[in-house]
Design a protein around this ligand. Sequence first.
Ligand code: SF4
Length: 419
Amino acid sequence: MRLTPPLELEGFDTIATDKKAYAQHFRAQYLNTDPFTGKPLAEKDGAGWIYQNRPSLPVDRALLDEVYGLPYARHWHPQYDAAGGISALEEVKFSLISTRGCFGACSFCALTFHQGRVIQTRSHESLLAEAKALTKEKDFKGYIHDVGGPTANFRKNACVKMETKGACTDKRCLAPEICTSLKADQSDFLSLLRKLRGLPGVKKVFVRSGIRFDYLMADPDPTLFKELVQHHVSGQLKVAPEHVSDSVLKRMGKPKHAVYEKFRLKFQDLNDQCGKKQFLVPYFISGHPGSTLKDAVALAQYLKSVGTVPEQVQDFYPTPGTLATAMYWSGLDPLTLQTVDTAKTPHDKALQRALLQFHLPQNDALVREALKLAGREDLIGNGKDCLIRPPSTSGRKKKNPHHNANLDRVRVKSPPKKR
Ligand code: SF4
């Protein structure tokens, strides 16, 4: 039993009316999510108190193996038979969860609260046993759809310290720069994938959970990247650069744009080397706290330059327990108390969102307005870098040539699991 006095936080009445107090309240929660260093939290609520225990210590491998080794039915409950079953099961039925926890610490993701930054992994034996069980299922076609978790390529802690002392509270492991103590080592994941694809009855093993491409690039051994491209991509690899503006990426807790560009070119290069035509499906968020119209224009220009536009866009919306939501609500970065510009009204959000799909005729008026507000009317015209053409003077609506630009439409159905 670890007895530590709780950290007392401001009560609801104060944080509901004072945004700075709210940001500081969130900061205290955020800095106390680590099981090794976190304190219990207490908050006065009316006549009583709300008390939150300190986070649990990471689950050890033996327990994780035991939980995943239970004899699950691997089927929906018979009560759903009449409704035709549960279609969402298809995506996960032949997938393996290999890891918990994520030291990525993206601002818009609540995983730091749910699972913590310390990595907990199942053993190869446990995963191979489950994979063998999958091959015995009557509808198994030889494909393991995913081997992952919050971040598929995190199967080791970021640094040695993290294992016994927890993650640092005053810095992130990967952003804005990779911590000098981080050791990018994906050898265990590589070895696991090799074993899985060697199992009798398994034709292909895919990795569809999000991968952290900055961690992939930081590994001095390029073998995992090569084998990922050769064996584990099912035509498209989902990745989450999220933005191209470094100031927005910093707010998101993501690496600088240059890191994504290096990764993108390396991915193309590796595909060329093994004669494959596979594509990246990059996810971008519009309207994240810290993203101004200027940043959204920069993202639109980038999409135009690489010839890719998303068919669906993830527009930021506040969700419980994230740093980004605290920024959205308070207008402050809780970690620094700096002011953060945020698009909040539906119209301001729509302007940023439309820029990501500048090619769509229905977005024409919004894109035009956004470019004017951003002082970028130079991007309205017939030039090759322009996002939309000038308004028609004939009174007839002309087709926007940029709508027909040779752009790949990236269909985005579901975002990668956290990144
Ligand atoms: S020392 Fe660096 S890698 Fe280790 S937990 Fe702290 S920030 Fe992460």
